[in-house]
Write a protein that binds this ligand. Structure first.
Ligand code: BES
Ligand code: ZN
Length: 945
């Protein structure tokens, strides 16, 4: 306890300084502490007469709360000293903040939350009182006199806090060592508003400062890492102080420390002349060290790509990565020390599927993209978080594509990012990309699919509009111009504007400042084609309710590209359809058979055609699918179904289009089709026509199912992705052979569940889920649960957890739900995934719904209303509800618990989805079953608006 005593002496010294009760004489062990004490000694006189009042914890409730910090004071430098105690799960800390005075004030206002602030001093000033204001998460320090403009002050604070039962701030994480004993580590997660839970600070992204960090850790197998390299280690017996180099100027949300006994491996990142080479080191629990090789190899490769792409040297001298056993999101881009959940970093070919491997690469590529875009240049405020997240989302696909060109990442953007967000963004509950946010709950909630996927999609559209070279040049200029500073959306667009010769800003404002997107309606005109645009809403009834609240009247400046049957495959024409123009005409010969707009679906809009044009496209697809490339085929399928779902096109069109799928063998279009076939199954379930639907859908997948089979190719990434997509659809749709195969594999393995007997990693989720689905014995579930409990590999554990949710017995699912709320069974980080898995099973859906409502008080107490994953749960659980009864249940629930926190939007979305589902059944189920029974009428406009 050598250092602890030492530490206590410092605490004591500070306390003495404040309360001036005695003279301080302490033997100190190191220069830093000595210096601190000298400071304190000097201040004793000042504080002699001072009455620092004890901290008041004030609750504050106002309707119009101003959450923003005043700008009178700007922090410049933090000296931080943290001692996380891994045994007790608590930490103590002290800090000195150097602050510039910009406006005269007698108050120092900064953030602090869930911290016990034990003392506050201001060098050469008198503190009247300090108050912790809970609602705004502020520490308000009042001084006797105004601070002088242009001067600089030093603020010292002593604090301590708790690290257990949380995944944000400075928190503890645990794991079992190979020998089976529990190990504790501590780590941090500060974005967006949690740095204030680890140290009082000016916790806004524009309040950049430098940080000199010292971390105390147990001597021996434990060590500490932080954003910067270790500069000095101070051995103090049982404890050691790790002193890190001072950081560059950066935002508080990027600060990170980890105290652990992790092992590491490293590699060199070759800067190829743009800056210096540097080391990349990957940390994991010691027995999993063999799982970091892939991340290191890919991490270095993608970093090298970014250095070339950005053409800006990597701003720090090292880049570490660490896999943390308990982690709230998937990964976090702390500057110089990216943290991940284990499934997002660790790769082991005996556990990880093709999709796991791709996800690891994608997450790394995403976080490393942030090291420049986000960390070096940061948004001023969370309103513009899309700049960070949308850009990184887009870059992650480019980054992976650069390293693995055969993974088809550019088409995968379309199916994984673009298609899903276009569903979300066709609702009235959506929101613009740039959105005002203030409170912690609002800030958490804005990390959503609009910021990420729509943000990424409009950046992709912009890149294709201006050309990739010019776009890259603009990115470099932007990074150089604003390095170490903060920006708003307009700053980025200005740089793009400068490298082009048209008004990029105005065009982009139509996409970033109003929600939603258009559908272009294409018809034949006298001398070619006519195009009009209209906002696309998935529920016809929404058109009447939609507020007219946009400056651009919900019209967009649309980058249009098109191609026609008569042209060479790669000939594309383009123009911009401006938001303030009603109709555009494309002059073409009358004998054009088909025209296809939005080539490769690089634009963020849908295209509807008059019936004869859809007919021609379908004929072409069936006659010779390769006339359209993979992205165009995926696009045609997606648009046709989405338009039919929205009652803007007869369902006959997408259904007839599916006839071509017999010839389709590429992943992206099949992914679209397979997802749609599963979604239609869920929509039609418990409705007439379900049985004939299943027959039709099974026939569709049968031939491709036979072809992909059950053996996994060693090295064909896209074929592996295709296989899993097809097997999952085939099993879901109940293709008898698929279910038999899954059950056989499940039973063989469960009888003797050795590692060697496991199915191939790619097949595991399907085998576990559908094997469990078909099992009627409770003991199978128990066995699977036992395997789940014993499993230590994080990605395997998730696969088993998914399998457990496949059982068809409501009682077992209920039991599972209850068990899952025990943290020693399901880690908090995985809880929402587990609940969602159960809710996605039609048998589990009502079980979860009852449980969620019944347990709301306990759940909201456990996770807190600002938790964005908790907030999102409501929309996920209720996404298949399609009746008035369910809608009323939902509304009753809202009335009973009106406080929704970060779930506010999710609640609106849930209501809107249910209304849409009800409407969808009315509009479409009849048409679908008519078509299936062969009695459909010819293509008509009856469903058009
Ligand atoms: N900056 C985020 C992490 C984050 C998310 C912090 C939400 C606070 C709230 C990070 O860059 C990120 O986007 N992580 C993603 C993974 C990534 C591959 C999209 C995540 O955690 O899901
Ligand atoms: Zn991100």
């Amino acid at each position: 306890m050598f250092l602890s005593r030492n530490w206590m002496q410092v605490v004591l010294a500070w306390a003495v300084a404040a309360f001036a009760t005695a003279t301080v004489v302490v033997a100190v062990q190191n220069a830093k502490l000595e210096a601190d004490l000298r400071d304190v000694q000097e201040k004793i006189d000042i504080y002699k007469e001072l009455d620092v009042r004890p901290t008041l914890q004030r609750e504050r409730r106002e309707d119009n709360i101003d959450y923003r910090l005043p700008t009178a004071l700007l922090p410049k430098h933090y000296e931080l000293y943290w001692h996380p105690d891994l045994d007790t799960g608590t930490f103590t800390g002290q800090e000195k903040i150097t602050i510039d005075v910009v406006e005269a004030t007698n108050q120092i206002i900064l953030h602090s939350y869930l911290l016990d602030v034990t003392n506050v001093y201001v060098l050469n000033r008198e503190v009247v009182e300090y108050v912790l204001e809970v609602e705004r998460q502020l520490l308000i320090i009042t001084l006797t006199e105004d601070l002088v403009v242009g001067s600089s002050i030093t603020l010292g604070i002593l604090f301590n806090g708790n690290m257990t039962d949380k995944l944000v701030g400075l928190y503890s994480s645990t794991y079992k060592s190979e020998a089976g004993d529990q190990r504790n580590i501590s780590s941090t997660q500060f974005e967006p508003v949690y740095a204030r839970q680890a140290f009082p600070c000016f916790d806004e992204p524009a309040m950049k400062a430098t940080f000199a960090i010292t971390v105390v850790h147990p001597t021996g197998s434990y060590h500490a890492v932080s954003n910067m390299k270790l500069s000095e280690s101070n051995y103090l017996g049982e404890y050691t102080e790790a002193i890190f180099e001072s950081t560059v100027s950066m935002s508080t949300y990027l600060v990170c420390i980890i105290v652990s006994d992790f092992a590491s491996k490293s590699t060199t990142v070759n800067a190829n002349g743009i800056g210096e080479d540097f080391t990349m080191e990957a940390f994991a629990t010691p027995h999993q060290l063999n799982k970091v090789d892939f991340a290191l190899e890919f991490g270095a490769a993608v970093t090298e790509y970014y250095i070339q792409y950005y053409n800006v040297p990597y701003p720090l001298t090292k880049l570490d990565m660490a896999a943390i056993p308990d982690f709230s999101s998937n990964a976090m881009e702390h500057w110089g020390l990216v943290t991940y959940r284990e499934t997002a970093l660790l790769y082991d070919e005996s556990y990880s599927s093709t999709l796991n491997k791709q996800s690891i690469a994608a997450v790394l590529a995403h976080e490393i993209a942030h090291q420049w875009f986000g960390n070096l240049v940061t948004m001023k405020w969370w309103n513009d978080i899309w700049l960070n997240e949308g850009f990184a989302r887009y870059m992650q696909y480019k980054g992976v594509n650069a390293v693995y060109p055969d993974w088809g990442m550019l088409e995968q953007f379309q199916i994984i990012a673009l298609h899903p967000v276009m569903v979300y963004d066709a609702k009235l509950s959506s929101h613009p990309i740039v959105q005002e946010v203030e409170s912690p709950a609002e800030i958490s909630a804005i990390f959503d699919t609009i910021s990420y996927e729509k943000g990424g999609s409009v950046i992709r559209m912009l890149e294709n509009l201006v050309g990739s070279e010019k776009f890259e040049e603009a990115v470099t200029n932007y990074l150089v111009k604003y390095q170490f500073e903060n920006t708003v959306t307009d700053d980025f667009l200005s740089e793009v504007d400068l490298v082009t010769d048209f008004d990029v800003k105005l065009l982009m404002r139509t996409w970033t400042e109003q929600m939603g997107y258009p559908v272009l309606n294409v018809s034949r005109g006298d001398a070619g084609f006519l195009i009009t645009q209209q906002r696309f809403l998935s529920n016809k009834a929404s058109y009447e309710e939609a507020p007219e609240d946009s400056e651009f009247q919900y019209r967009w400046s649309v980058p249009i590209t098109y191609t026609i049957d008569a042209w060479e495959d790669d000939k594309i024409e383009s123009f911009v359809f401006a938001y303030n123009i009603d109709t555009e005409a494309i002059a073409l010969d009358a004998d054009v058979q088909w025209i296809k707009l939005n080539v490769h679906q690089l634009g963020y809009y849908r295209v509807n055609y008059e019936d004869s044009l859809w007919d021609a496209l379908i004929k072409q697809l069936i006659a010779y699918p390769a006339r359209f490339d993979v992205a165009d085929r995926a696009h045609l399928l997606n648009d046709a179904f989405a338009l039919a779902d929205a009652s803007q096109l007869s369902y006959k069109v997408p259904l007839e289009m599916t006839a071509y799928l017999g010839q389709e063998r590429d992943f992206a279009p099949w992914y679209v089709a397979a997802e749609k076939l599963k979604a239609l199954q869920r929509s039609l379930m418990f409705n007439e026509g379900y049985v004939s639907y299943l027959t039709y859908a099974r026939t569709l997948v049968d031939s491709v199912y036979q072809e992909v089979g059950w053996s996994v190719d060693a090295n064909n990434h896209l074929n592996n992705r295709l296989r899993v997509s097809i097997l999952s659809a085939a099993c879901s749709l109940g293709l008898p052979d698929c279910l038999d195969q899954a059950a056989q594999r499940f039973n063989t393995w469960l009888q003797n569940p050795t590692a060697a007997n496991r199915p191939a990693p790619d097949l595991r989720e399907i085998v576990y889920y559908y094997g469990m689905q078909q099992s009627t014995s409770n003991s199978d579930w128990d066995k699977l649960f036992e395997l789940f409990m014993e499993e230590t590999d994080a990605s395997e554990k998730l696969k088993l957890m998914y399998g457990l949710a496949g059982v068809q017995d409501a009682q077992l699912l209920f039991n599972f739900l209850v068990l899952a709320s025990d943290e020693s069974i399901v880690r908090s980080q995985d809880y929402f995934t587990c609940v969602q898995n159960i809710a996605s099973n039609p048998v589990g859906e009502p079980v979860v719904w009852d449980y969620y409502r019944e347990q709301w008080p306990q759940l909201s107490a456990r996770f807190g209303l600002t938790n964005r994953n908790f907030g999102r749960l409501i929309a996920q659980i209720t996404k298949s509800f399609a009746s008035q009864v369910k809608l009323e249940e939902l509304q009753q629930f809202y009335a009973k618990y009106p406080e929704s926190g970060a779930g506010a939007n999710s609640r609106l979305e849930a209501v809107e989805t249910i209304k849409y589902n009800i409407e969808w059944l009315k509009q479409n189920s009849g048409d679908i079953s008519d078509w299936l029974s062969g009695t459909s009428v010819p293509l008509t406009k009856k469903n058009r608006l």
